[in-house]
Write a protein that binds this ligand. Structure first.
Ligand code: ATP
Ligand code: MG
Length: 266
């Protein structure tokens, strides 16, 4: 299996007027071609920062990121834009559609800088919409005339229109009811069967269950599924110890908790 994404020791430190925020702390991740990976983590843990970095929308402060064998952290802005438009497709939680433009026009949008004739671009958009199962009668509707599930399928079609190798989706079912979310997940599954690599961020374990593999991000660090389970089991033991009140083992429990949480024992 060749790694289409190979990230090693990635750091992202934001500098703001209020000081530094370290969003990624030495993240390493390999994703195989055709793999469906879910990334889970609490709010503020660094999910979107990681996604923006993988999507070449943001540069890491330190570390290496090889995308299909190319070290992208060294590419110029123009080259990055080319990688984004030719290799990557993005699906956002809030759909990010132009509300007054037609469905077809929304899906054609990523092709705006390509030199393909309009007819050709329309055909590509039409094909992408067919592939996500949106009925043809909606293609000339304005996007704000659609339901949430239909909008998300338009957003997925837009991510697919340039036939990207990799699809990055940040909470794509976050605004959808369960049944509609399931329909959207089936669409991703179909895309995977067609050979796409899919990386999906979610808060929802049921959504993550659709993926081949899940990794967890906490405080800018990445953990495998097994590491996360061991961590939560350890934390539960510590909480039990704390609930039982002071005991001869409570200071040991305190130390264990500090070790697990990565904070000093006070
Ligand atoms: N542009 C920015 N400037 C400064 N700090 C930022 C910026 N973007 C994110 N951060 C900080 O980096 C950390 C990680 O943020 P990020 O948006 O990656 O989290 P997240 O896991 O996507 O959260 P959520 O689930 O709420 O979307 C947070 O502490 C956040 O405040
Ligand atoms: Mg986020």
């Amino acid at each position: 299996m060749s790694a289409v994404i190979d990230v090693r020791g990635l750091w992202r430190i934001y500098e703001t007027a209020a000081g530094h925020t370290t969003a990624l702390r030495g993240v390493s991740l390999q994703v195989a071609r055709g793999e469906f990976l879910a990334i889970m983590g609490p709010s503020g843990s660094g999910k979107s920062t990681l996604m923006n970095t993988l999507g070449c929308l943001d540069r890491p402060t330190a570390g290496s990121y090889r995308l299909e064998g190319v070290e992208v952290s060294e590419l110029s802005e123009d080259d990055l834009a080319h990688v984004r438009s030719s290799r990557l497709g993005f699906v956002f939680q809030s759909f990010n559609l132009l509300p007054r433009a037609t469905v077809l026009r929304n899906v054609m949008l990523p092709l705006v800088y390509s030199d393909r004739p309009v007819r050709d671009r329309e055909l590509a958009a039409w094909r992408a919409l067919r592939s996500v199962g949106l009925p043809e009668e909606h293609y000339l509707h304005r996007s704000n005339e659609l339901s949430g599930g239909q909008m998300q399928r338009v957003a997925i079609a837009r991510a697919l229109v340039n036939d990207p190798a990799i699809i990055l989706a940040d909470e794509p079912t976050g605004n959808l009811d369960t049944a509609t979310g399931e329909m959207v997940m089936r669409t991703f599954q179909r895309m995977q069967r067609r050979g796409k690599t899919i990386i999906l961020i979610t808060h929802d374990p049921e959504v993550a269950a659709w993926a081949d593999r899940t990794v967890h991000i906490r405080d800018g660090r990445l953990f495998s599924d097994e590491e996360e389970r061991a961590y939560l089991a350890g934390l539960a033991r510590v909480e039990e110890g704390a609930a039982a009140g002071p005991s001869p083992t409570s200071s040991a429990a305190q130390k264990n908790r500090s070790r697990l949480l990565g904070v000093p024992c006070l």
